[in-house]
Design a protein around this ligand. Structure first.
Ligand code: NAP
Ligand code: FE
Length: 369
């Protein structure tokens, strides 16, 4: 029985948790706050953080240039600004994009000798500035893992940077920051978290603890999906459940990594502007179909479904339906998609690995014009 599990991030949760744990921000004299365009402000998280920093006499600079699917070059700029500001630590506030970017900014600021893509050569990285993450979406789990998924400038390609130093020191989970999250973002991020849970559960690297995380998360999200679909606001209780579910999903993939819906989805995000969670969710039917072709993984997926109160068929139908990805691709684009993700190792990260020839077929079956 494999009990392996590693989680160096201290999680502090609950409404008001930033202000009621202000002392945890005492990590130096100066910091950089990494955010997107407006959600850090709209959610109230930035105001809470600034109040805490001012009370502690900590200087700060707000770097609000991160956009969805963050660019490596923007993070590099943030790292230079952090170094010029003599920042002692980095605070990421937002969805996965600013949280992932905060990890890159922290690494660049502490490794001024590296070029922008030197980040992917983790041997070269000496250290990182300490990182605090404050999610304003419930999806990526970036607040509890070391992954930072960056877009390579001009290449329409994502690459994951990941170092032992890029685990956040603290993750503050305050569901209040998601109360006004639009339904579209709520759904997409919930689908992302659900994908993390099922892909982690069905990874050969699962452990006794990671599989419990995956089940805990998936069960809460599966139940919440009906409420998210309804034409009424999502309750505060459900917002809290979704935030907790996404966080444990992040812990699950910290142990196992993700499966093939992730790289296959990246292409849909770049070329059709489909948000990350919906882009991954579009492949869950095919993911389950592949799992059901071999005894061991069929048993595992069936057990997963049973434990969350569903059947494999229901999941395979409902998740892609909610993802609602309506794109049409020509043969040339499919070829290009396959080429872009040919280096990804996620296809093997499943109890029944996806045969490589199936990548093209799946794109064609789902999206060929
Ligand atoms: P996101 O890209 O961070 O944000 C999506 C949109 O939601 C942005 O327009 C953002 O606005 C808005 N938003 C965020 N919080 C909001 C709030 N409380 N109220 C209103 N609007 C809000 O979305 P995400 O799905 O959380 O993150 C996706 C990224 O994470 C992708 O780059 C993906 O590759 C990565 N990812 C990372 C991991 C990991 O393990 N590290 C796992 C999966 C995915 P602003 O621009 O104003 O912030
Ligand atoms: Fe994801």
């Amino acid at each position: 029985m494999d009990m392996n599990f590693f989680m160096p991030t201290k999680i502090v949760s609950g409404v008001g948790s930033v202000k009621s744990n202000a002392e945890l921000f005492n990590l130096g004299d100066s910091c950089i706050i990494v955010t997107g365009a407006s959600s850090a402000i709209k959610s109230g998280a930035l105001d809470d953080v600034i109040e805490v920093l001012e009370n502690l006499n900590i200087e700060y600079v707000v770097f609000d240039r991160i956009r969805e699917n963050p660019l490596m070059s923007t993070c590099f700029d943030g790292g230079q600004i952090a170094a010029a500001q003599k920042a002692d630590f980095v605070i990421g506030i937002g969805g996965g994009s600013p949280m992932d970017a905060a990890k890159a900014v922290a690494a660049y600021a502490a490794n001024l000798n590296i070029s922008p893509d030197g980040l992917f050569d983790s041997e070269k990285l000496k250290l990182s500035l300490p990182i605090i993450e404050i999610p304003t979406t419930s999806g990526t789990g970036s607040e509890v893992n070391p992954y930072s998924i960056l877009s390579l400038d001009g290449k329409d390609l994502k690459k994951t940077f990941n170092s032992i130093y890029s685990y956040p020191k603290y993750a503050f989970l305050d569901p209040k920051y998601t109360y006004d999250l639009p339904k579209s973002v709520t759904l997409s991020t919930a689908l992302d978290a659900f994908c993390h849970c099922i892909e982690s559960y069905n990874s050969p690297k699962f452990t006794v603890i990671s599989e419990q995380c995956a089940l805990f998360g998936a069960k809460k999200i599966w139940r919440a999906l009906d409420e998210i679909e309804k034409d009424a606001p999502v309750s505060e209780k459900t917002r809290e459940r979704l935030m907790n579910a996404a966080c444990v999903g992040g812990m699950a993939i910290n142990t196992t990594g993700t499966g093939f819906p992730h790289p296959m989805g990246y292409n849909l995000t770049f070329y059709a502007n489909i948000p990350h969670g919906r882009a991954c969710g579009a492949f869950i039917g095919k993911y389950i179909e592949n799992a059901m072709t071999a005894d061991e993984s069929a048993k595992r997926i069936t057990k997963f479904a049973l434990r969350i109160g569903a059947t494999p068929e229901e999941i395979a139908y409902k998740i892609p339906k909610l993802a609602n990805v309506d794109v049409r691709l020509d043969g040339e684009t499919v070829e290009m998609f396959c080429e872009k993700i040919s280096g990804a190792r996620n296809f093997e990260n499943s109890i029944n690995p996806l045969p490589r020839n199936r990548i093209k077929e799946i794109y064609e079956e789902l999206f060929l014009r």
